[in-house]
Design a protein around this ligand. Structure first.
Ligand SMILES: [Zn+2]
Length: 250
């Protein structure tokens, strides 16, 4: 798959709390960083998102007496999984992982900052109606196709990709640049939704292979051009030497 100038890479929630040792660690979550750093230079536009909760956030089990993390409760906007305290605004857990070095990112979008509603998707809060503003940003900037990487594949990455499709953006997930929580079959359920919504799931190699082939083709073109001009030079030197009567032409 070839990356175009109006494609954007959206890196979802690669924050300390979602990485090993964090409050809500995604298994092997930090393994997304290497493929993300490898693929990001192929994109002209990069956006980062941050889960960014107040300490009394409704998604925290601690906000509901008697409830434990990973239980589900019914809220006005639908079922809500309860999580351990994570990504609290201004804490080290909410910081990006220190190895996620993407200074070229053009936007850092924060979500989940309203105390009474959670936000998995980068586009909408969990009521699927309150916008984060990302769709407007992408449209104003003329960015049309969105590629997703980060954490977690079966939650924030997945819901972001589904909402992208709902909003009319072609959406591609870079599977090897994501890691999943896989809570109660959430990966299989999310992948069934991807098929219905038309979310493409690919490996970063499918982009890097194209880039490598293009580089190789460019190298061959350049090599041929060099050889061509080299031949002309040697022919010229042949005649120069011949004209000047110097020894055996090379
Ligand atoms: Zn959260």
């Amino acid at each position: 798959m070839r990356i175009e100038s109006d494609d954007v890479l959206i890196v979802i929630d690669v924050q300390n709390d979602f990485c090993p040792g964090g409050a809500l660690e995604v298994p092997r979550g930090d393994e997304v960083i290497a493929p993300i750093l490898c693929i990001a230079p192929r994109f002209r536009h990069t956006v980062l998102t941050e889960d960014w909760h107040p300490a009394n956030h409704i998604s925290f089990a601690a906000s509901h007496p008697g409830k434990k993390p990973f239980e589900t409760i019914a809220l006005a906007y639908g079922p809500q999984t309860l999580w351990p305290l994570h990504c609290v605004q201004g804490t080290a857990g909410a910081d990006f992982h220190p190895r996620l070095h993407l200074p070229q990112a053009e936007l850092i979008l924060r979500k989940g900052f309203r105390p009474q509603i959670d936000s998995y998707s980068a586009f909408f809060e969990n009521d699927r109606a309150t916008p984060t503003g990302l769709a407007g940003y992408l449209r104003e900037r003329g960015l049309t196709r969105v590629f997703f990487a980060g954490l977690a594949y079966d939650f924030c990455v997945g819901y972001s990709a589904l909402d992208a499709r709902r909003l009319g953006f072609p959406a591609v997930i870079l599977r090897d640049a994501c890691r999943a929580i896989d809570l109660n079959g959430s990966v299989a359920a999310m992948e069934a939704e991807f098929v219905k919504a038309g979310v493409a799931v690919i490996e970063t190699a499918q982009i890097l292979d194209v880039a490598a082939r293009e580089n190789a083709e460019e190298g061959i073109r350049q090599g041929l051009a060099d050889a061509e001009s080299g031949r002309i030079r040697s022919a010229k030197s042949f005649f120069d030497e011949f004209e000047n009567g110097h020894g055996t032409p090379r």
